[in-house]
Ligand binder design. Structure first.
Ligand code: ZN
Ligand code: ZN
Length: 137
């Protein structure tokens, strides 16, 4: 019997090569330049969310400066260009506003990092210094 194995490109990993649930390629810049570094603090926060809220899709990975410049409304010095940010979708939660994650994050990491809640995803960054919080309309 012939079995065909199809290769499907997925961003959601079962096991990771940089931490328990995440792999480097999930963080790779979408332009194909190979920029796939991950700040270890970001990694730790993502694992924390994963433990509490289930599967996470990295919908917004790293961006090299060149690619970042092509993204509409992207900050010039976005933490996505420093391997310190990820946009996250929570696959085991209702897709509309992962507010539970945002509330958890703001409480647990009070006074640190950047969290921006969008309609269907959350931006996470591990910026040093003053924290940043925003809920997009
Ligand atoms: Zn790139
Ligand atoms: Zn982002």
């Amino acid at each position: 019997m012939h079995k065909s194995i199809r290769c499907i490109k997925v961003r959601v990993s079962i096991m990771g090569d940089i931490s328990k649930h995440f792999s480097r390629k999930e963080h790779a810049c979408e332009c194909g330049c190979g920029f796939a570094a991950v700040d270890h603090e970001l990694n730790r926060v993502l694992e924390d969310f994963r433990e509490h809220f289930g599967r996470i899709e990295i919908s917004g990975p790293n961006r090299c400066v060149k690619h970042n410049a092509t993204i509409r409304n992207a900050a010039t010095h976005s933490y996505h260009t420093k391997a310190m940010a990820a946009d996250t979708k929570f696959l085991d939660l209702p897709t509309i506003r992962p507010k539970a994650v945002y509330d958890y994050a703001c409480l647990k990491y009070e006074g640190k990092y950047g969290f921006i809640l969008y309609h269907n995803r959350m931006h996470v960054d591990v910026r040093p210094g003053s924290p940043y919080r925003e809920i997009k309309a």
